[in-house]
Write a protein that binds this ligand. Structure first.
Ligand code: DC
Length: 231
């Protein structure tokens, strides 16, 4: 690979469970860039709130959570065996726990809190400062990195997304129904697109990728073609 090439900042936004992280990880691996999963950061804050009794029956004690933000340290470390980045909450590996269904059910609500977003956005900008990053989320191209070199907005048909998520959770041994997953996806789409703070929307200069009928390899080739035009 030509190392003189410009180190890009790549923003990938889109709906829940449409394969953003799969493609972002593949892209980062091929380009030798850093992958930053911002959804994992919102999930880690949610897990912290759940563990510390700040979420009861879906109700969040916002004030308590906001006052605790300075005690929440989120980092990523590479697993030497899998070479994948894993999420750490105050030094503890929480990669598996943050993907649980109960965390998924609370995370969109936590991510509506302005102070939570401000705290994480500042961390995300710091992580992207040196370039050579692929960052995925909901507001990367619009709010976190509006000057990104390349912005992708991903989407896929809801039934395709539910099927993919179902297979993923089944493979991990979680006992969930397709109906429950569909409900969770639709509810997260609704909350992510209608919230007041940094709602999910396509940046004006983002390029849309509907991957309903594409394999991961086809998606990777499609994006690499765009990346090579920018470098
Ligand atoms: O990408 P994910 O499904 O792991 O994200 C979990 C939730 O976090 C998602 O429902 C919305 C929220 N999120 C957000 O509001 N902004 C981001 N940049 C990333 C995720």
């Amino acid at each position: 690979m030509n190392t003189d090439r410009k180190k890009l900042v790549i923003a990938i936004d889109g709906y829940s469970s449409c394969g953003k992280s799969t493609i972002a990880k593949d892209l980062a691996r091929v380009l030798n860039y850093i992958y930053i999963d911002t959804g994992a950061m919102y999930r880690a804050v949610t897990l912290y709130a759940m563990r510390n009794g700040m979420i009861k029956d879906g109700e969040i004690d916002k004030e308590k959570l906001i006052n605790s933000l300075n005690k929440i340290k989120i980092t990523f470390r590479q697993n030497p065996e899998t070479k994948q980045n894993e999420t750490y909450l105050n030094g503890e590996n929480v990669e598996k726990e943050i993907r649980r269904m109960d965390v998924s059910n609370n995370v969109s609500r936590v991510s509506t809190i302005k102070e939570v977003r401000e705290y994480l956005v500042q961390l995300q900008r710091e992580m992207a400062k040196k370039g050579g990053v692929v960052m995925d989320g909901r507001d990367i191209g619009t709010v976190v990195l509006p000057d990104a070199d390349l912005k992708i907005f991903m989407t896929a048909r809801p039934e395709v997304r539910a099927e993919r998520r179902y297979k993923e959770l089944k493979a991990k041994g979680e006992n969930v129904s397709k109906e429950e997953i569909m409900r969770n996806i639709q509810e997260r789409d609704r909350m992510d697109t209608t919230r007041k703070e940094s709602p999910l929307r396509q940046a004006e200069d983002a390029i849309v990728l509907d991957n309903s009928d594409m394999t991961p390899q086809q998606q990777l080739d499609w994006i690499l073609n765009l990346v090579n035009k920018k470098r």
